[in-house]
Ligand binder design. Structure first.
Ligand SMILES: Nc1ncnc2c1ncn2[C@@H]1O[C@H](COP(=O)(O)OP(=O)(O)OP(=O)(O)O)[C@@H](O)[C@H]1O
Length: 413
């Protein structure tokens, strides 16, 4: 199923080359909460893991075990039953041709690897595909008699040369996690953290993931799994909402606004930009309570501002005009705010920005450069914005007047 809009061109702003980034639908039905995680043991065996599984040649250091022990305890929100004694690690014969696992670039990342002696992963259906990775639903379980298990999403690089992006993304998620643990609750109380939780890295090889080359053993990113993404959520909701209210409904729209403003404040606090904010990159938990929960994902283009020296890959329809007009201009906070404004616009109109004008990428570039997104709206789309003057005012402030985040926060209250 196509997402933002069919065959969304992902492009390098600097070179304006196009790449097909069609995504498939995310259809998982897991219901795990961020704050109090419910163990979903549906279809999960409680027996000891007896299937053959992959042992990473990387021997886990004891501190890794402690780390994962704590991690699973927190994640599962139950008394963890991981044995404190590591199972026997099979001796790897020097004669076997087992592929050498990809060497992670930092110790920080290595310490985030989950030990295959403690945990096992069972892959389930694919729930997403980006330009750099496959995303599958999977079960993460402990390898002990009374195994505990939970459903997760696993991001698998499409090739070895994509692992650098996954490393970078994981580093970024660890920075976000540090922020969550040290500052989030003090500043925002107990509201839901706006970024998806990363659980760890886990090595997979061809025996578990047949699409991997047999010479590769690559780290994959384990994350909390959510029901759907914002693109699909908008399409579903617009069928039932009034023609003069935002496509996702007014309450949900304000909930989305609140999530976006908090997420952008976190990014500003750590001096970073996401750089690929779009409806495909926002997940939605719909079964976790009366209101949907939103989470940013996909940090492959994200970075601290001081580390940015060239324009990263962005999605054309969500790129602000100034980056297209001047290819030496680097992204900043205004970049994310503009992209987020387009997300709010899509959530209001029900259609992706420049919908109907994306048949020719070069024509599309010229429209995006001129920032003509409002002028191209149909009457139906406009009605969904103008039906509420406050919604209209906020979209206008972000997308036309290009107000700062602080000013938009002021307007939203
Ligand atoms: N934690 C998750 N839970 C459920 N679905 C997910 C999760 N993470 C990713 N997905 C699905 O997989 C898709 C691809 O993921 P992601 O955008 O992270 O991959 P990518 O290869 O970096 O993509 P891009 O081409 O946008 O850079 C998402 O659009 C989403 O539908």
């Amino acid at each position: 199923m196509s997402q933002t809009p069919p065959y969304t061109p992902v492009f390098e702003v600097a070179s304006a080359t196009f790449e097909d980034s069609k995504t498939v639908s995310s259809t998982s039905g897991t219901s795990l909460r961020t704050d109090t995680i419910t163990v979903d043991t549906t279809n999960v065996s409680n027996s000891a893991a007896t299937d053959s599984f992959y042992y990473s040649p990387t021997s886990p250091a004891p501190h890794k075990f402690d780390n994962t022990h704590d991690l699973l305890s927190n994640l599962l929100d139950t008394k963890c039953q991981v044995s404190s004694k590591l199972p026997e690690i099979p001796k790897t014969s020097s004669k076997t041709n087992s592929p050498v696992p990809y060497k992670l670039k930092t110790e920080h990342l290595e310490s985030f690897v989950l030990s295959p002696e403690v945990f096992e992963i069972k892959l389930d259906k694919m729930i997403g595909k980006g330009s750099n990775s496959y995303v599958h639903l999977a079960t993460l379980a402990t390898r002990e008699v009374n195994s505990v298990a939970m459903n997760i999403a696993i991001k698998i690089p499409t090739a070895k040369n994509k692992v650098k992006l996954l490393e970078r993304e994981t580093e970024f998620m660890l920075t976000l996690r540090d922020y969550r643990d040290s500052k989030w609750f003090r500043k925002f109380g107990d509201s839901s953290f706006p970024f998806v939780d990363a659980y760890g890295l886990y090595y997979l090889s061809k025996s578990q993931f047949p699409m991997m080359k047999k010479t590769d053993t690559l780290p994959c990113l384990l994350m909390k799994n959510y029901d759907t993404d914002l693109y699909k959520f908008i399409n579903e909701k617009k069928q039932t909402t009034q023609a003069t209210e935002p496509a996702i409904g007014l309450d949900n729209w304000y909930q989305l606004l609140d999530f976006i403003l908090k997420g952008l404040q976190v990014l500003q606090d750590i001096g970073a930009v996401h750089c690929d904010i779009k409806t495909d990159n926002i997940l939605v938990g719909t079964t976790l309570g009366p209101r949907p929960i939103f989470k940013f994902i996909d940090f492959t283009s994200s970075s601290k501002i001081i580390d940015i020296h060239e324009q990263p890959e962005m999605t054309l329809q969500f790129t602000p005009p100034e980056l297209l007009k001047d290819q030496t201009k680097l992204p900043d906070y205004a970049t994310d705010l503009y992209s987020a404004g387009l997300v709010l616009l899509q959530a209001a109109t029900g259609l992706p920005p420049y919908s109907g004008y994306d048949y020719d990428p070069y024509y599309l570039i010229s429209l995006v450069k001129e920032g003509k997104v409002f002028e191209l709206l149909t009457r139906e789309e406009t009605n969904r914005i103008t039906g509420n003057s406050h919604v209209h005012q906020i979209l206008d402030a972000i997308l036309l007047k290009r107000r700062s985040l602080e000013e938009v926060i002021g307007l939203s209250q």
